[in-house]
Design a protein around this ligand. Structure first.
Ligand SMILES: [Zn+2]
Length: 59
């Protein structure tokens, strides 16, 4: 069983540009399977993840 620990004082780091991200950008795209949310790093604009539900990371 994974334990989830809330860490409000830790800044996530983008795996692409290795800069700390204080916010995450997202936009919607229409795919053959329906609408998807694409999350990206504000610094380098690279995609961090895609999900089918808003605000649900990697879901
Ligand atoms: Zn980045």
């Amino acid at each position: 069983m994974l334990k989830s620990v809330q860490k409000e004082d830790v800044t996530p780091v983008c795996p692409h540009c290795e800069r700390g991200v204080s916010e995450i950008w997202f936009r919607t795209i229409e795919t053959m399977l329906g609408k998807r949310y694409v999350y990206m790093c504000p610094s380098c604009k690279k995609v961090l993840g895609v999900t089918h539900r808003k605000g649900f990371w990697m879901g």
